[in-house]
Design a protein around this ligand. Structure first.
Ligand code: NAI
Ligand code: MG
Length: 363
């Protein structure tokens, strides 16, 4: 049987960029004999409109069955006043939680043709290719106790940074596995100087390394220094391993090294299933972009690169993923730009579909 792919276009520009991804997927089926059983369903506001819930139980079940899930984006002003329990992002959170996607992969990769577009000097980012592995299901965003409590005559807001050894162990393994497929280098970031969870984090990462990944080059860095180094000399890094909170901040920081939100893919991986494939959700980093929805302005590259990540991490098709990335590099080098990629110099932007056309041509 062909590997299965569940597509959840979602809201706003989600369906617009996903249209281009579907053409790319069809191309791989036609020209590379790489066929997928593709099915499609609703998530977010679109699911709420149809079913009164941002993720129907049937959709959840299909996501758990699929070899990989590809999601566009969720949310939009139409849904801003909904009750918290049925907000579009709850659909996404439920997917992450029930699929137990503990390892979030956020690449920061600089396409040469866009090096001028970075917020840093060109020579600092040209050729940049780093991957941030962020723990996604634990840490201070989930730890108990949490809440706002009365204490004496004032209130206190409490969150708890909490990590178990097994939570650190499994995300560390995913970073080391990843490093072996790249330049074999991991830098783990925490604050072991001031946090107990940081001390345990460093200890467990070192232990996993020494026992099972001694061939990978491992270093440790305090996360605040890491933020500084990311901006000062980002090319020193290959894989950065970090917790949920630091990963949230460091990955947004790294993202801006490379330019537009319209270029940034992500993967969220869980434990390997019986067939060896990890539970996996691929999605662009950007949201539903209501300000440009329906105007054919959305850049489909982030979502197409998310499919490239699926080829690499779910389907073991690294060469085909590289083929797709090279086609995107070619298109950018030829000067094709959606509006979000236009700098001060100006020029005429192309539409979402035209960008898809160019990429298919380059393929
Ligand atoms: P956003 O990422 O949707 O947009 C931020 C800015 O970047 C906008 O000016 C937008 O036009 C631009 N942009 C984003 N993606 C682009 C693309 N592919 N091509 C060209 N330009 C692009 O973030 P914002 O505006 O904060 O949120 C809008 C909605 O999306 C909200 O409802 C929010 O909750 C939701 N959201 C959903 C996410 C998801 O589905 N994972 C992530 C972030 C936000
Ligand atoms: Mg963030």
């Amino acid at each position: 049987a062909n590997p299965s792919l569940l597509i959840l276009p979602g809201d706003g520009i989600g369906p617009e960029v996903m249209e281009e991804v579907k053409r790319v997927i069809a191309w791989f089926g036609d020209k590379r004999s790489l066929a997928f059983d593709v099915s499609e369903d609703l998530v977010g506001g679109a699911a709420y409109d149809a079913h009164g819930t941002p993720l129907h139980d049937d959709t959840m079940a299909r996501a758990l069955q699929a070899d990989a899930v590809l999601l566009g984006a969720v949310g939009g002003p139409k849904y801003d006043d909904l009750d918290f329990s049925v907000k579009p992002e709850r659909g996404l959170l439920r997917l992450r939680k029930e699929m137990d996607l503990f390892s979030n992969l956020r690449p920061a990769q600089c396409f040469d043709a866009l090096a001028d577009f970075s917020s840093l000097k060109k020579d600092l980012v040209a050729g940049l290719d780093i991957m941030i592995v962020r723990e996604l299901t634990s840490g201070v965003y989930f730890g108990e106790p949490r809440g706002i409590f009365e204490e004496g005559n004032e209130r206190v807001g409490i969150n708890t940074q909490r990590y178990t050894e097994s939570e650190i162990d499994r995300v560390a393994r995913s970073a080391f596995e990843l490093a072996r497929r790249r330049s074999n280098k991991v830098c783990s970031m925490e604050k072991a100087n001031v946090m107990e969870s940081g001390i345990l984090w460093r200890e467990v990462v070192q232990k996993v390394h020494d026992e099972d990944y001694p061939d990978v080059e491992l270093s440790h860095m305090y996360a605040d220094n890491g933020a500084m180094q990311l901006v000062r000399a980002p090319k020193q890094f290959d894989v950065i391993l970090t917790d949920n909170l630091f990963g949230d901040i460091l990955s947004d920081c790294a993202a801006m090294l490379t330019g537009s939100l319209g270029m940034l893919p992500s993967a969220s991986l869980g434990a390997p299933a019986a067939n060896g494939r990890p539970k996996a959700l691929y999605e662009p980093v950007h949201g539903s972009a209501p300000d440009i929805t329906g105007q054919a302005k959305a850049n489909p590259i982030a979502c197409i690169l998310s499919f490239a990540m699926a080829l690499r991490y779910s389907f073991d098709q690294g060469d085909e993923a590289a083929r797709l990335e090279a086609a995107i590099e070619t298109v950018l080098a030829n000067g094709a730009r959606t509006a979000d990629l236009m700098g001060e110099e100006g020029g005429t932007p192309i539409s979402t579909t035209e960008m898809g056309d160019e990429i298919l041509k380059a393929l």
